[in-house]
Design a protein around this ligand. Structure first.
Ligand SMILES: [Mg+2]
Length: 396
């Protein structure tokens, strides 16, 4: 046992894959006690052509799963509670979870809204995982699965094996005993077509793949053969990509009824600008380009961009740019959808020649106060007055 630990210590790092369980559905069950213990399905309406985005474990018992048409989910589980979902709220909760991870390590690669890889010094992974699991439950009441190993691939598989609500490890020295007996579907990144191809040449377990003659794999998989066989052997040298940044960040709202009121639409744009500004600042990013998306009553959809003189992370600059674009391209009301996107992201703090002007300074101070409140309380606690003029319409 000590030899194993010593060997791992030489390798330097341990990787945790932290994956929130049935994330959107869990947030809904947490925030609405009446949904607890019941099948909850977040996604498209069962009367439309939408699909299931996330479903609670209670719904999974009926055979419901992600990406299934909502209408089919309704057939399988007629008693399910269908919810349209609230991405802005899930994103805020996700940021609270990631803020907990940051207490344990600065080396984080965000994979998606509910999934992140963390790197910790060798020997510390399991203890940190247990502590993170406990903290996320105690502070946020969310259940989380964590896979621990020496690389990303094995950490991911460990989490798949541990789901839900547990910490599990799969170390390289356990690959032969624990990974090789598993069927090929358990190997991340191996699609159904590849599994079929392998099955046809008699390879049905990960162990078969690990032991297969390389020439044979090369004949069928060409250049991917090497990575494929290395994966089956538990080898993965991909580094964490902590600085991998989103290429763009966007907010979008579809109105349940076409919106003809220009003031209300401006209020939505203000909310979107504030949300994007917050997300930029909390990621230490600024954006060069602002894009406005509009869908008119006849479903015609346009996207129009404007590149700023200098990258910004300021709510008001984003809002003013959006309004300029809107004024030019608003067409004839009503509108069905409005979206705002920022792209051309660069990292670093805002340097502005206006920083010394009193009005500008006040605006930045206001943003800082709002951001701190948002960090602390999760929701957008403080709104600029424009958002209160008219309550923004509900999402579909
Ligand atoms: Mg998840």
């Amino acid at each position: 046992m000590t030899t194993v630990r010593e060997r791992r210590a030489k390798d330097g790092l341990e990787i945790l894959l932290c994956d929130l369980d049935a994330f959107y559905a869990s947030v809904e069950q947490r925030d609405h006690p009446e949904y607890r213990g019941k099948p909850v399905i977040v996604g498209g309406s069962p009367t439309g052509r939408g699909v299931v985005s996330t479903c609670s474990y209670e719904a999974r018992q009926f055979g419901v799963h992600s990406a299934m048409p909502s209408a089919k989910a309704k057939q399988l589980c007629p008693g399910a509670i269908f919810l349209p979902g609230d991405m802005a709220r899930y994103r805020r909760v996700s940021e609270q979870v990631f803020a907990i991870y940051e207490r344990f390590t600065p080396d984080i690669e965000i994979v998606s809204i509910d999934e992140a890889y963390l790197a910790l010094p060798a020997g510390k992974g399991l203890a940190a995982a247990a502590e993170i699991h406990r903290t996320v439950w105690e502070e946020l009441n969310l259940s989380l699965t964590i896979g621990v190993s020496a690389n990303k691939l094995l950490a991911k598989i460990a989490s798949e094996l541990a789901k839900p609500d547990r910490v599990g490890a799969l170390w390289p020295e356990e690959v032969e005993a624990l990974l090789w007996p598993l069927s090929l579907e358990m190997l991340p990144g191996l699609g159904p077509a590849s599994v079929q191809k392998l099955n046809r040449i008699g390879i049905t377990t990960i162990g078969h793949l690990a032991a297969a003659p390389f020439d044979l794999l090369q004949k069928y998989f060409g250049k991917s053969a090497l990575t494929l066989q290395r994966s089956a052997r538990g080898i993965d040298e991909r580094p964490l990509e902590p600085f991998r940044e989103a290429k763009s960040i966007s907010e979008e709202k579809t109105f349940s009824m076409d919106l003809a009121d220009e003031e209300a639409l401006r209020a939505v744009l203000m909310a979107q600008a504030e949300s994007l500004g917050y997300r930029l600042r909390s990621g230490g990013l600024r954006a060069r380009t602002v894009s406005l998306k509009l869908r008119y009553a006849d479903f015609r959809t346009i996207t129009r961009d404007r590149t700023l003189p200098a990258p910004t992370d300021r709510d008001l600059e984003l809002y003013q740019t959006a309004i300029e674009l809107f004024t030019i391209h608003k067409g004839r009301p009503p509108w069905r959808l409005v979206g705002l996107r920022v792209s051309g992201l660069v990292s670093g703090q805002q340097i502005s020649i206006f920083d010394s002007l009193p009005a500008e300074k006040k605006e930045m101070e206001l943003e800082q106060v709002c951001d701190r409140l948002q960090d602390k309380y999760g929701g957008a606690v403080v709104y600029r007055a424009r958002r209160l003029l008219k309550p923004p319409p509900e999402i579909d």
